[in-house]
Design a protein around this ligand. Sequence first.
Ligand SMILES: C[S@@+](CC[C@H](N)C(=O)[O-])C[C@H]1O[C@@H](n2cnc3c(N)ncnc32)[C@H](O)[C@@H]1O
Length: 436
Amino acid sequence: MKTKFVLNDVVCADSKTLSKLIKLNSVALTVTSPPYGNAINYSQHVKNLKSGKGKEFRGNVGGTLDDYLNEMQEIFSEVKKVTMPGGFCCIVIADELSEGTLVPLPSLLVSKLVDLKDEDEGWHLRDMIIWNKVTAGRSGAGNRFGQFVKIPVPTRYRANIMHEYIIVLQKGKKARFLLKETEPKVPLNRAMKRQVALSVWDITPVPPNAVKHPAVFPEQIPWRLIQMYTKPGDVVLDPMCGSGQTVKVANSLKRKYIGVDIRKEYVSLAKKRAKEKMMLSNFMIPLYFPVKWVDGVQSGKKSDAHIDVEDHIPKGFKIIFQKLSKDSENGTDTTHIYYKNKSGDYICCIIGASQEPYMMKLGNPKKASSPLKKILSKLPDTFDLLDVKSILPDGIPDDPYSLVSLVDVLEYEKNVKRKTRSLTKVVYEKSPRSKK
Ligand SMILES: C[S@@+](CC[C@H](N)C(=O)[O-])C[C@H]1O[C@@H](n2cnc3c(N)ncnc32)[C@H](O)[C@@H]1O
């Protein structure tokens, strides 16, 4: 009887048996993240899901480091069997924190897996990417530096851990090679180039509890790797797929997918999520804004925000000015970037700290059909943002950030003048020209 191999599906199995489920030499790329040693007790997490209780599931698995590494070696030698010659395997993994010191799981795993002698079939190390988690590492157990700040005595220094690793392995010395004449190109816009040119990638982590799995990596990771190492129609595997981020992104990018997890609760979750849309915004590289921006601590430059959105600005629009509005209570900043075309139409791109960027068409304040003109005609002589809110035309969101951007443009066009500004209230008056 012909064996029925898994394809475009997520199945419940132990990945130490992968070669029984998946056609040998068929997978172009694996993107996966194994358990990080003893860091998470997945069985306890699944029990919590069922009981609704919140029992601690971190850092209490048991088992020796050798057992762990041997299990990983078994799984990744199965991955190798199902990977095509020259295919790739990307493993997302971090050092494990154990009673104050680090267990270097990525290095230990690499030395266990890499086999330079076997030029045809051995895993070769192609890249070691650092995933800079941008916002992570400053609270809870990750806040090691906080302890040092309390007692800044020599020998007590420990850094906050802000990064993980993406180990990129290839099967055999010779990587798979696609012809430039016939193959689709990786969509490299400016933002993408800037991000992937270097071996340090800035990607914000998935917020806790956003998905019913305790160790979800952001879609941005498989999204980049799948585009770098495969073409549409290729098979992408995640042998420890958890919530199914890899299979979901692979499916969206028109690759075939295979997901495997040992726990049936995660398999049902991943099966469902494989068909869902990606959460990535339309923007090529979602911005790496932390919820709280602390100058000098964060990496990435907020002033560069426009580079990330530039490719999505309609043709003919040029950046005119940029402003920052501050929410002092939450410590968050929102950037407003204003673009204008030759006919005088404005659009505003609003890049907040906690939401995805959004764009508003504001029209031309000199044309009667423009929201700006309509607002201006209805405004009292002296007004604040609440007055603007009460006369908004349809289709303009009434959050404070949108309101600020409307008035910013009116101010820029000299239709109104800022009268006073305090942290809580901004008051404007119509300029004499616009009163006529
Ligand atoms: C770090 S999580 C993966 C999370 C996933 N990358 C995501 O974004 O949701 C590791 C997963 O490996 C699964 N796992 C552990 N040992 C396994 C094995 N031998 N075979 C298959 N899955 C396994 C666990 O159940 C867990 O869901």
